[in-house]
Ligand binder design. Sequence first.
Ligand SMILES: Nc1ncnc2c1ncn2[C@@H]1O[C@H](COP(=O)(O)OP(=O)(O)OP(=O)(O)O)[C@@H](O)[C@H]1O
Length: 325
Amino acid sequence: MTSQAAQGRSRASAPATGTPAETVLRVSDLRMNYGSTEVLKGVDLTARRGEVIALLGPNGAGKTTTIEILEGFRRRSAGDVDVLGSDPDHGDEEWRSRLGVVLQSWRDHGAWRVRDLLHHFGRFYAPHSTPERVRPHETDALLDLVGLTEHATKRIKTLSGGQRRRLDVAIGVVGRPELLFLDEPTAGFDPKARRDFHDLVFRLADEEDTTILLTTHDLDEAEKLADRILLLAGGRIVADGSPAQLSSLIAQDSEVTWSVDGQRHVHSTDNPAKHVAELYAEHADAVTELRVTRPSLEDVYLAMVQRYESGDAERAAEEFTKETR
Ligand SMILES: Nc1ncnc2c1ncn2[C@@H]1O[C@H](COP(=O)(O)OP(=O)(O)OP(=O)(O)O)[C@@H](O)[C@H]1O
């Protein structure tokens, strides 16, 4: 069977009725200072129910800070934040039960056994169970979902880094969250674990309508998983759009490579379809090894970060907003 992660993301983020999905996260002019250092200088973002959003940005851009503020783990310096209808600074236990959190590092509970810990955390959610959202996940089913069944009785301190990360993810989703925050969830994952994780994200978003905000430095992962990508640089969101919209941000040609009579050729063009048609008109079946390469998300990301670093982030953000309106 081919996994959904292998095929990439194809679902629509809006419900089939065409009605825009409910906004579950709204941030306006969010600011954060650590002492005299201004890390967030006016972040605006929204997320709708069932949407998967990837928050990208260079090291130190403020991604973890942003996520911790939204989770209610860190108090902001200024700005308006609404998460599932509440201000995270005043979120109560019922509100917290609707969130799932996977932090960047979680190194407690080493003496606990995997199944016991998951069961223990799951119990917190039981009083918040509803007919629509039965809480928590059944422990063994969840262990299976994250690929930890064979490690269920091991002590946590004996797990490998990737296995611990799988457990972190399981702990984050055990309460069937409506909104899930994942801070670099796949750091340390092998390719199989990464593929399984991508399938889990698709399942949560598509079948349970979970809204997911994740940070990652893996641009292929962001492109594959996210409905929308936000790029945080210089304390602001300098780009916000679908992977395809972001690609249109930088005017970069596609590259066509092909061979004729064993001779390899490369040509850069803004109209690869026309070039390919001309090639076939001229050489017909003699054209082999044809490939068209479009600018990748990595190219877009690096170009945007470079604009920011050259002091041009605000213009880049304004241009982007104009183009995607
Ligand atoms: N508790 C703190 N006290 C002081 N400065 C902090 C604190 N936490 C983070 N910072 C600083 O704030 C900035 C943003 O950090 P943050 O961890 O939010 O960035 P990030 O985008 O998540 O980075 P990375 O990609 O490296 O994980 C960094 O310069 C960091 O040194």
